[in-house]
Write a protein that binds this ligand. Structure first.
Ligand code: SAM
Ligand code: SF4
Length: 331
């Protein structure tokens, strides 16, 4: 593991930044955003790419070695490719990965490889065009699906993220695993989290990781558990003989907090040390007040020192206010 000075009071070393570059998106997935009436950030409140580059450099100086670019949909923000190109030469940064809804154009695929970005997570919740449209509220299945194979053909390491929910896509779980028979894809099934941007609707996922696994094991007699990275949020499996693998992410059950190495920066500069917790500081504001690199480092170190033990403690600290859209939190 990269040595990081970002160590919380429970001894966890943070070396992975998830950077949301926009809160906007061309989809309206039901679990992430309401269909309409969304309060997107005002342009002046979004960090500029220069601000993001500056802050990323500070994070990397403190020991962050991996940055995941997320959103909103990262590719809807103008200027994303020149930004990624500049970000890729940040001192200390070893890896950039991207999470996208898969509507990225082919032109971007070639450019990403050129920059050295070859790991991409694509959100795909169904293999049926109708269910896809129902889930994302957009009729884009064919383009997204074809794009996944283009990514594989070009040499990307592709993971598919699939949020599992009753009455939405249970019938897709086995077909997703079957997709890994001939393709070296990793499909990850996620529990739904309560981040759909709507204050009133409490999400209580019926499909937790145990139920997802039980459902899958009802269809396969032989499932191999894979050894995962120490900081992996997914428990990973493989059907013997299949080219790819699958994983289950207990994102709502939060069984992985003990080894969590992540920190999140929203497109408007809010720093979170846990997805379930409140923003600890707004680094955009600190930066715009003229903070030096040392001041910024101190703010980040302090935020990390106040990190809660796990997502349940963080949720308590946010006093029930955890209904922000995932497009703001950055997934
Ligand atoms: N637009 C990109 C995408 O969809 O991949 C990147 C941003 S999206 C917020 C990042 C990830 O968060 C996606 O894989 C999405 O499925 C997941 N996500 C969003 N809302 C969620 C929720 N309420 N529960 C579980 N996962 C969620
Ligand atoms: Fe957009 Fe991703 Fe949220 Fe879906 S999950 S609405 S694609 S940001």
């Amino acid at each position: 593991m990269n040595e990081s000075v970002l160590i919380d009071k429970y001894g966890r070393q943070l070396n992975y930044l998830r950077l949301s570059v926009t809160d906007r998106c061309n989809f309206r997935c039901y679990y992430c955003m309401p269909e309409e009436g969304i309060d997107f950030a005002r342009r002046k409140d979004l960090m500029t790419f220069d601000e993001m580059l500056h802050l990323s450099a500070v994070f990397c100086k403190l020991g962050i070695s991996k940055i995941r670019i997320t959103g909103g949909e990262p590719f809807v923000r103008n200027g994303i490719m020149p930004f990624l190109r500049k970000l890729s030469v940040t001192e200390g940064l070893k890896e950039i990965t991207v999470t996208s809804n898969g509507t990225l154009s082919e032109r971007y695929q070639a450019e990403l490889l050129q920059i050295g970005i070859r790991k991409i997570n694509i959100s795909l919740d169904s293999l049926s065009r109708e269910r896809f449209a129902q889930i994302t509220r957009r009729d884009n299945f064919d383009g997204v699906y074809a794009g996944i194979f283009k990514l594989l053909d070009s040499g990307f390491d592709v993971k598919l993220n699939c949020v599992v929910a009753e009455n939405k896509n249970i019938q897709d779980v086995v077909p997703f695993i079957e997709l890994t028979k001939n393709y070296p894809l990793s499909v990850r099934f996620l529990e739904e989290m309560p981040f759909n941007g709507s204050d009133g609707s409490q999400v209580q996922s019926d499909w937790d990781y145990k139920r997802i696994y039980q459902y899958i094991s009802g269809h396969y007699s032989d499932i191999n558990r894979l050894i995962s990275d120490a900081n992996s949020t997914s428990v990973n499996y493989k059907i013997p003989g299949y080219a790819g693998s699958f994983g289950i992410i207990p994102s709502f059950s939060r069984t992985f907090c003990g080894t969590c190495n992540r920190i999140r920066l929203s497109a408007t500069g809010e720093l979170r040390t846990c997805l379930y917790g409140p923003a600890v500081v707004n680094l955009r504001d600190v930066l715009r007040k003229g903070a030096s690199v040392t001041n910024l480092e101190q703010e980040i170190i302090q935020a990390v020192s106040r990190r809660e033990r796990d997502g349940y403690a963080a949720e308590l600290a946010s006093q029930g206010d955890i209904h922000t859209s995932m497009s703001v939190l950055g997934g």
